[in-house]
Design a protein around this ligand. Structure first.
Ligand code: KMH
Ligand code: ZN
Length: 279
């Protein structure tokens, strides 16, 4: 098995600062979170940006500052959201791609999202993929429901995607596929050959699905975007959610990937380090 890639989805779009003192809202806080999560075993960070008051933003300048703050404090693979927040336009969602993050998410279908609808029709997906191609950004395919894999395969038939890809199963969103081991096994079984995959269990599904993914040879996403609690009634910090998965992996004999190892597994270019000063 490849070393375990732990992604931290540290912010998301739904949790508000009033709900937890541990949500990284500012670029500076994102940088601190990245450093703490890398030390705890993370290899990648999934990034949403907020204004100082906690509201969501797709502002390119804010993403640029956040990217710089993360890079200044860590070597984590930086993966931007293109899902954004419910209600953002496709243009808003795609605009930070011009900063050329190493990766970005591509949600592969429309889905109920609690009382709301997370809109991802095929024209929207094609538009976001086109922006990814334009800026050289690697997608991570977000699969919230079984039909989403069929959409991804259709985009491949249209020549817009090449498999194998890296896929993230987001399981347990109210209105989408539930976070069960059976659903995860079914989805993994439906993947095109040689795809890599991770699972992001929502809420209480986060830890059990992470444990199963470690054993199956998949990868794991944790973080406050998906789960506010460490245990019943006890609010979590991002780095301690990462550390718990790394500990479980150690118990199961699965090495945890450094960011460099994760780039290798995912076929990403090595991180460019600053050129030495000329003499
Ligand atoms: N905030 C959700 C509506 C992604 O980042 O790609 C969408 C989301 C998915 O978080
Ligand atoms: Zn997200």
């Amino acid at each position: 098995m490849d070393p375990l890639i732990i992604t931290v989805a540290a912010v998301g779009a739904e949790i508000m600062p009033e709900q937890t003192p541990h949500l990284p809202v500012t670029p500076e806080q994102l940088g601190e979170t990245a450093a703490a999560c890398e030390a705890a075993g993370a290899a990648m960070i999934h990034v949403h940006c907020r204004n100082d008051d906690g509201t969501n933003t797709s502002d390119v300048g804010r993403f640029e500052t956040a990217y710089a703050a993360i890079r200044a404090r860590s070597d984590l693979i930086v993966q931007f959201t293109t899902g954004g927040a419910i209600g953002m336009s496709a243009t808003e969602r795609a605009s930070p791609l011009r900063l050329r993050p190493e990766m970005a998410t591509l949600t592969c279908g429309t889905v109920n999202f609690g009382d709301e609808v997370f809109q991802n029709d095929l024209p929207l997906m094609r538009g976001i993929l086109a922006a990814m191609h334009e800026h050289g950004v690697r997608p991570e395919l977000e699969i919230f429901d079984a039909g989403h894999l069929a959409n991804a395969k259709r985009l491949a038939q249209e020549g817009l995607l090449n498999f194998p890809q890296h896929v993230d199963f987001v399981l347990g969103v109210p209105g989408a596929l539930e976070g069960t081991v059976r659903n995860l096994a079914f989805l993994v079984d439906s993947l095109p050959e040689r795809c890599t995959w991770s699972v992001a269990g929502i809420g209480r599904a986060q830890l059990p699905l992470a444990v199963v993914a470690i054993a199956m040879g998949g990868h794991v996403r944790v973080g406050l975007e998906d789960n506010l609690y460490y245990s019943k009634g006890r609010l979590a910090r991002n780095d301690e959610l990462v550390a718990r998965v790394a500990r479980v992996a150690g118990e199961l004999g699965r090495p945890v990937a450094t960011p460099a190892q994760a780039r290798h597994t995912l076929g990403l270019a090595p991180l460019q380090t600053a050129a030495p000063a000329s003499v």
